[in-house]
Ligand binder design. Structure first.
Ligand SMILES: NC(=O)c1ccc[n+]([C@@H]2O[C@H](COP(=O)([O-])OP(=O)(O)OC[C@H]3O[C@@H](n4cnc5c(N)ncnc54)[C@H](OP(=O)(O)O)[C@@H]3O)[C@@H](O)[C@H]2O)c1
Length: 323
């Protein structure tokens, strides 16, 4: 598969490395706002062509685009690529608003193209291991998902700079960046909640630096906590009356354990390199392109829409606004 890439950050490099590890991906072009940044990224990643015009890039020699730009740009860039006949895999969150996602899903279908969210959870083989482990811990009434990771951009923010991740104008902040990793497994494992409550702590920039949400189901309560201002050391847990599942990384589903109620502990999975997890996204994407009728494409598309709707609800409940 020939790919073009939008975005020149570290995550784009991870996707390229992962796709090259697990597929025959051929990265032919990169779009950047500047020759300097694009040229550096192209040299580092052995990509032959750099574009600084998105319109010219859209006519480039590739079938699919991986988009890793700031969140606010995902909708417009994905739309242009889908209008230009390119399949799209776009970083999370795939769009800011669920209405935008629905519009682009319709456009992709009309143009016979695949359009998916680059979310590790949905393409991670450990998702099935987790589901299997859940079937072994009895009745589940309580769940706590946490994704709290001290941002590498926080020192710059403290110095008075405004990194993209803390700039509401780019539709970033903690929920959009990390909270989504709690939203996906909750929807995938337990379905759509009956009721949701949520709060956020705001930084002076107006971005949500941390937050929580509580999802009420008829038989369980699922709590989320997420922060970009402090580092979690305990991870996530799913509590059953026969045992507990502990998950060190809810985004990667790594270092998961099943602890029976008598304390016996069994490893579900250990560590997995992030590049490999992103490579699984490329594998899934290319499978859908080869077979658009793959029923799992419908599952991932529906899950993306459910996630976008729940994120919108959590934003409204928490008072998160993008300027
Ligand atoms: N899957 C994951 O684990 C993971 C991890 C991190 C991020 N992400 C997602 O990946 C996306 C990119 O995140 P990131 O942290 O790499 O973002 P970023 O560094 O803020 O921006 C990514 C690229 O977009 C361009 N850019 C930066 N600011 C821009 C602006 N104001 N207007 C237009 N273009 C701009 C830059 O490329 P040029 O200067 O070359 O144009 C930059 O390299 C986000 O959607 C994020 O949620 C996913």
């Amino acid at each position: 598969m020939k790919y073009g890439v939008i975005g020149t950050g570290w995550i784009a490099k991870s996707f390229i490395d992962g796709a090259r590890m697990l597929t025959q991906a051929d990265f032919t072009a990169v779009y950047s706002r500047t020759e300097e940044s694009g040229g550096r990224f192209a040299a580092e990643n052995e990509i032959p062509k750099v574009y600084t015009s998105l319109e010219e890039f859209a006519k480039g020699d590739f079938d699919a685009v991986y988009i890793a730009s700031p969140n606010r740009l995902h909708y417009e860039q994905s739309k242009l690529m889908l209008q230009s006949g390119k399949h799209v895999i776009c970083e999370k969150p795939i769009t800011v608003e669920p209405e935008e996602l629905e519009e682009l899903q319709t456009l992709a279908k009309k143009n016979g193209l695949i359009y998916i969210e680059a979310i590790m959870y949905m393409f991670n083989p450990a998702r099935e291991l987790l589901k299997d482990a859940i079937s072994k811990i009895g009745k589940i009434t309580s769940v706590h998902f946490d994704f709290s990771q001290l941002s590498s951009k926080y020192p710059a923010y403290v110095r008075g700079e405004l990194p993209n991740i803390f700039n509401p104008a780019l539709a970033t902040g903690c929920l959009m960046d990390l909270g989504i990793y709690c939203v996906y497994p909750a929807l995938d494992l337990f379905g759509i909640p009956q009721k949701t409550t949520a709060c956020a702590h705001f930084m002076e920039s107006g971005a949500d630096g941390s937050g929580n949400a509580a999802l009420l189901y008829s038989d369980k309560l699922v709590n989320f906590t997420y922060s970009k201002l402090g580092q979690d050391r305990l991870g996530s847990q799913i509590f059953g009356d026969e045992g507990t599942i502990t998950i060190e990384s809810i985004s990667k589903l790594t270092n998961m354990k099943l602890i029976a109620k008598n304390g016996d502990t069994q490893e579900i999975i250990g560590d997995v390199a992030k590049e490999k997890l992103m490579g699984y996204e490329a594998v899934g994407f290319e499978k859908f392109i080869a077979n658009p009728d793959d029923p799992y494409y419908t599952v991932t598309s529906e899950r993306a829409l459910q996630a976008s709707r729940l994120m919108k609800e959590i934003r409204a409940l928490s008072g998160i606004k993008f300027s």
